[in-house]
Ligand binder design. Sequence first.
Ligand code: C2E
Ligand code: CA
Ligand code: CA
Ligand code: CA
Length: 280
Amino acid sequence: AKALGKAQWEVFTADMHSNASAQLQLEVDLRRAIERQEFQLHYQPIFHLETAAIVGFEALLRWHHPLRGLISPVEFIPVAEETGLILPISWWVLQEACRQLSRWQTQFPLEVPLFVSVNFSSKQFSEVGLIPQIEDILHTTGLAPQSLKLEITESAIMENAEATAAKLLEIKALGIQLGIDDFGTGYSSLSYLHRFPVDILKVDRSFVSAMDSHENLQIVHTITMLSQNLGMRAVAEGVETAEQAAQLRAMNCQYAQGYFFSKPIDASSMEHLLAHHYQS
Ligand code: C2E
Ligand code: CA
Ligand code: CA
Ligand code: CA
């Protein structure tokens, strides 16, 4: 530290200061984003690999900042989690995703109804009234719980494993399905699988996009088999090429999503895609 000259130190603190104020500004803006209706959901279709049918979607949050334009959830979700703003935002997301899916199910009645998968934050587990609020949203949107899936990361589960396990059982008891997001990137992946009522493993994009290496191909294959052996389903994330889709199909991975099939798109684009997909 002695070697640091005064000038360098000043640059450093000025930097920290501008970071802190940028963070603060983001927080202020985030606080107003719901009431100003700056949020929007995009939907990425999830495909059944064997039949190439769209079976559901993942809902992904988008923020159209009035000055900065589109801000990635990777940037603002951590701020929302630190400030607690993730709670009202998450309720908006769940309500909007259920409302939209309910409309699509009416527009596109299928033997097996379309589902929506919603990302869940660890902060939501400690919220009082979590279960009645979810029930209320299902009730007001008229959506069957079987059509809703919640995606939870391994790290969110492990943050407070015992309490989370109890909450997950309550969510399951409503009839909602649970998926582990980014599977394979967290720690102690295997030890909790039998303790938590998990239905779906989402194979992280980092493995899928590197399947040209034999090791990664084997990892994806192993996760796929693991999910089958435990009576779960596997969803491969981040499928970008026809070759990856073919490899996944060959290993009997049930579902896939990724740019090869479709990027996340807004609701009206999705409506066109569904109309096209289910007409012919
Ligand atoms: P995630 O849950 O792992 O979502 C998948 C991300 O991968 C999305 O990024 C999606 O656009 C992107 N993706 C999908 N297919 C491909 C592909 O083929 N190639 C590549 N390179 N990327 C692909 P996005 O929408 O920017 O979201 C980033 C993260 O932000 C999500 O990662 C999730 O952790 C978080 N997030 C998004 N929406 C919500 C939300 O409503 N609530 C919470 N709590 N978190 C959210
Ligand atoms: Ca996800
Ligand atoms: Ca993921
Ligand atoms: Ca991810």
